[in-house]
Structure formats: C-alpha cells, structure tokens
Design a protein around this ligand. Structure first.
Ligand SMILES: C[S@@+](CC[C@H](N)C(=O)[O-])C[C@H]1O[C@@H](n2cnc3c(N)ncnc32)[C@H](O)[C@@H]1O
Length: 239
C-alpha cells in the first residue's frame, strides 16, 4: 500500500476512535418532566424574542436556500445541562421559524429518557451512530452546536460534491476561527475537508449577544454559493 493511503487510513482510524468513545447517559430517576417542560417553554419564549435569534433567523432566511430538514448533532445532555437545554430551545425555535418538516437529532450521550423527550417534541432520534456520515438529499440546516471539528468534517466528507454542498447550510463552530487558530498540520489531521472548503465558504459569524456567553459562542453560519465553489469534475472534489 502506498504511504499516502496508509497515512490517510491512520488518520481516519484516529478520528473514528475519538468519535466512538462516547457512551449513553444514565436515566435520572429523580427527573421532573413537568418542571423540565416548563423550563423549556420559558427558555423558548425568551430566546425567540431575543436579538440573538432575530439576527440569526434574518440571516438564514436571507440566504437562497431551502430548509426541508434540520439535522442536529452533539446537543449533549438536555435533561441536566443548561447549555444543551438552551441549544435545544434554539433547535425548536428554528424548526418553527423555518417551517421545517423533519428534524433529526443525535448524540450518543442521550439517555432513554432524553430520547423519549425528543420524540415527544417531534424530533426523530435514530438509534445508529453514523459518526457524522449522514448523506443528505434535500435542503438541510446542519446544526452542530459546539461539535468536535472531526464530526463536522465527517459530515462534509460524506457530502463532498458541489451538488450536495449547495443544499447544506451549517450552523456550527466557525471554520474560519478554527483554521486561523490551528497550524495546518492539525487541520489536515483533524478536519481535512474543513481545511479544503473554508476558503470557498460564506461565513457569517453570529454576534454572541445571547444572555449566556457560553451557549452560542463561536457560532457561525456557513453556506456555499454556486459561483464561489470550484467547478464539478475538477480534482478539488477528489476525496
Ligand atoms: C463539546 S460537546 C458539546 C455539547 C453541547 N452542545 C455544548 O455546547 O456544551 C460535543 C458533543 O458531541 C457529541 N458527539 C460525539 N460523537 C458524536 C456523534 N457521533 N454524533 C453526534 N454527536 C456526537 C458528544 O457526545 C458531545 O455531547
């Protein structure tokens, strides 16, 4: 096997090991579902009237994109973590505002109880861990709040054609901040597809003016435009 191929396989193995070391959370037997629902309602109400949300929605709607589906990865423990709960509230408000029919949510840490809550909120929760490799066929908002760059990269690699990227809008940690703060060796090792696409992406950093500083920090909208992406059939698209 040539050295280049061996090196590529070694990197893929490291990425896979990092992403599969996560185990499902335990159900919390003292969990108060009624109280949870009340908190969620109140956070959604406040969030939907915030400047942060207004700014985000305005930008998403202004893009020449459709949002048939939302795919959300890496929310975390929604029943016990305040950051995850606020991020879930944003997911539900995006679903309403963008009139999205289908929402799929996955995080390997979800407990059985959390999956039931998400199902009751009309979110599909698949059983299988795809390690980010979801192949999209319709307009999709990929919402990956504070997800590891490796996971976002796996999603990009699965959809690395011009036709598919034009259907995707990513709401996740800023590619630009990542690629300008890390040496190119690390980018190549952890997230080669982010490294490749960053200069061809339209990146809009959302002002972090939400009431909690640690919920949506470093969040950006990434979209791709026909005339900014390299031509189909060129070796840019080789994997
Ligand atoms: C840094 S945490 C972010 C948690 C939360 N969103 C936050 O901002 O605090 C990354 C999350 O990605 C999740 N994750 C890891 N592998 C994943 C996978 N294959 N699919 C979806 N989520 C995954 C982890 O379980 C974890 O909850």
């Amino acid at each position: 096997m040539d050295h280049c191929k061996q090196e590529k396989e070694r990197k893929t193995k490291i990425i896979k090991e990092n992403l599969s070391n996560v185990v499902p959370g335990e159900d919390d037997h003292d969990f108060d579902l009624e109280n949870f629902k009340k908190r969620l309602e109140s956070i959604r109400k406040e969030l939907s009237s915030s400047k942060f949300f207004e700014n985000l929605i305005e930008k998403l709607i202004s893009l020449p994109k459709s949002y048939e589906n939302i795919l959300c990865l890496g929310l975390g423990r929604i029943s016990s973590c305040h950051i995850a709960l606020h991020q879930l509230s944003l997911l539900l408000e995006l679903k309403t505002a963008l009139r999205t029919n289908s929402v799929t949510v996955f995080d390997p840490v979800f407990s059985k109880q959390e999956k039931e809550i998400l199902n009751s909120l009309e979110c599909k929760v698949p059983e299988e861990n795809m390690e980010g490799k979801y192949n999209i066929s319709e307009g999709t908002l990929a919402y990956f709040p504070h997800c590891p760059h490796e996971l976002t990269d796996a999603f990009l690699s699965e959809n690395f054609t011009k036709e598919k990227l034009l259907k995707i809008v990513l709401l996740c940690n800023s590619f630009e901040r990542f690629t300008t703060s890390e040496p190119s060796r690390i980018i190549e090792e952890r997230a080669p597809f982010i490294g490749k696409i960053v200069d061809f992406s339209n990146i809009f950093e959302i002002e972090n003016n939400y009431k909690f500083e640690d919920v949506f920090n470093d969040t950006a909208i990434h979209s791709f435009l026909e005339d900014k992406l390299p031509e189909e059939g060129t070796d840019f698209w080789d994997k």
